[in-house]
Design a protein around this ligand. Structure first.
Ligand code: PHE
Ligand code: NA
Length: 442
């Protein structure tokens, strides 16, 4: 059977950007920036995106397009009868675990759609957030609703349809973020937040800064787990991979940086703690909305769009798992999505309860949601990225990959790409990953 293709280059860029842009930009990027001292983190993060993220993104897309297969099938096709397909299996596992807690956070966002209606300047937003995540019924309900949405889209195979929606919705998200930035920057005391965000304090650099920057680079670009291999597998030969990847990175980085501009001036103005962790976005943005005309309305629209942005990412995670079961075990798409979706929902319950019933459980000094996040983003994704880089660089061959990526491209990659992919990416990521594991364990 002919494999279904994205109908155009724009379609592919939208889909890949849809996978990239999500909670990683608006929820994770700001709080990780906040816990890592602000501007200095951003510098290292931008370096990680360019030097490590771009080569891996191009490699994953090329591997997918060349083989036209799911992540496991892709490795199998190029290196049959070897252990390499296990890298694809690691990706399937990553997709499974990341989605389980991603859906919990997306659920927080969904419940904020309705809470938006009642926000007033008298709210204590840090407390509101604590109460919400510390409760049971609402977080479980919304986690379930979000997983159900993801499952329905993947089960019906209407990913393409959803991506088309993105074309209209993302510009609206963009406009709301710009409005938030205006309001945030004009709050009293905003300047201190701006300098936290833009003036690097080099004394804040630690190995942790590098580790967190690299994890964030993988997470935000959906790398190291085969999502971009899968999306690349539907890409037409006529389109340019080197250029599509640049667009995806620019859009993704732009949304993350803008989210920070909306959040940090306000954090300082309201006297919140920039290092407060996973609640940062949910505490800060509602407070800014209460200072805007029609704030409740904008807040509602914002959380609806955040949910949709999260959905275009979550479907790319579930698609990796489902494509694998469909291609390799001939499961029906429906059966695979619903069964896997149910399992992922259940696996997401422990991190959800990590703020209530299971709050006393600590793993490596972290609550359960943070530990899911740590295991996937500090170990699984970087490991997947290192192995993919070694595979594409040395087994398939970086020259082959460059030829695939350069097809119909004005932007040509060559020697620098090959060196980065074959040596710099594996060594740098491995070094940081090992140090980070060692530090967390000791
Ligand atoms: N890139 C997505 C985000 O920033 C998260 C994601 C990770 C999606 C891994 C797919 C695979 O929200
Ligand atoms: Na992202």
């Amino acid at each position: 059977m002919e494999r279904e293709n994205w109908t155009s280059r724009l379609g592919f860029i939208l889909a890949a950007s849809g996978s990239a842009i999500g909670l990683g930009n608006i929820w994770r990027f700001p709080f990780v920036t906040g816990t890592n001292g602000g501007a200095i983190f951003i510098l290292i993060y931008l370096a990680a995106i360019t030097l490590l993220g771009y080569p891996i993104l191009v490699s994953e897309m090329s591997l997918g397009r060349t083989t036209a297969k799911n992540p496991i099938g892709a490795f199998k096709k190029i290196a049959p009868n070897t252990g390499w397909p296990l890298v694809g299996a690691l990706g399937v596992l990553s997709g499974f675990v990341i989605l389980s807690y991603y859906s919990v956070v997306a659920g927080w966002g969904m419940s904020y759609i309705f809470k938006s209606l009642t926000f007033t300047a008298n709210n204590n937003f840090p407390q509101l957030f604590e109460q919400h995540i510390g409760s049971l019924v609402q977080p479980i309900f919304w986690h379930g609703v979000f997983m159900l949405l993801t499952v329905v889209v993947i089960g019906a195979g209407i990913v393409n349809g959803i991506q088309k929606l993105v074309k209209y919705l993302m510009p609206i998200l963009f406009i709301i973020i710009i409005l938030l930035i205006f309001r945030s920057l004009t709050l009293n005391g905003a300047a201190r937040g701006l300098s936290f965000y833009l003036k690097p304090d080099f004394s804040e650099i630690t190995l942790q800064t590098f580790a967190d920057a690299i994890s964030q680079a993988f997470f935000t670009l959906s790398l190291g787990m085969g999502a971009m291999i899968t999306y690349g597998s539907y890409l037409n030969k006529k389109e340019s991979i080197t250029e599509s990847a640049v667009y995806v990175i620019i859009f993704d980085t732009l949304v993350a940086l803008l989210a920070g501009f909306a959040i940090f001036p306000a954090v300082f103005s309201f006297g919140f703690d920039p290092a407060s962790g996973p609640g940062l976005t949910f505490i800060t943005l509602p407070a800014v909305f209460t200072k805007m005309p029609f704030g409740n309305f904008f807040s509602l629209i914002f959380f609806v769009l955040l949910t949709i942005a999260a959905l275009t990412s979550s479907i790319s995670m579930l698609e990796v798992v489902v494509a694998f079961l469909v291609d390799e075990y001939s499961w029906s798409r429906k059966k695979a999505s619903y069964l896997v979706g149910l399992l992922i929902f259940l696996v997401g319950i422990p991190p959800l309860l990590g703020y209530s019933k299971l709050a006393t459980i600590n793993f490596l000094g972290m609550n359960l949601l943070d530990s899911y996040d740590w295991i996937t983003n500090t170990i699984f994704l970087p490991a997947g990225g290192i192995l993919t880089a070694i595979f594409v660089g040395h087994i398939w061959g970086s020259k082959q990959a460059a030829i695939e990526a350069n097809q119909n491209s004005r932007l040509k990659i060559g020697l620098i790409y090959e060196i980065l992919l074959k040596y710099i990416v594996p060594l740098a990521v491995l070094a940081i990953m090992l140090i980070s594991i060692w530090k967390t364990l000791s």
